[in-house]
Ligand binder design. Sequence first.
Ligand SMILES: [Zn+2]
Length: 115
Amino acid sequence: MTHKKMETLLGRQGAYLDAIYYCPHHPEKGFKGEIKELKIDCECRKPKSGMLIQAGKDFNIDFEKSWIIGDSERDLIAGKNTGARSVFISSERSEYADFYAKNLKEAVDIILNME
Ligand SMILES: [Zn+2]
């Protein structure tokens, strides 16, 4: 799904995004047509927390009061390293998960019930 389409669908439900961050880099080399400048071992690729730290600066986020919702363990690790609590949308188990949810709606309900 493109970011524009995601924002449109979310907006219809009354949810708005302050920003979208993504990592354009890819550390593994050797693909056809790859862009050499993006083949770096960056700080923004999860499980590193670079994107979250940048968002924290941009929006003055208190990570102790924040949550990471993710469907991969790399998401959870990136979030936990900032001090955020985590909700894992997965049938798998993870030592980095504070809570588990079946879907985004359930994750949101868990968080709202904690606040
Ligand atoms: Zn990156």
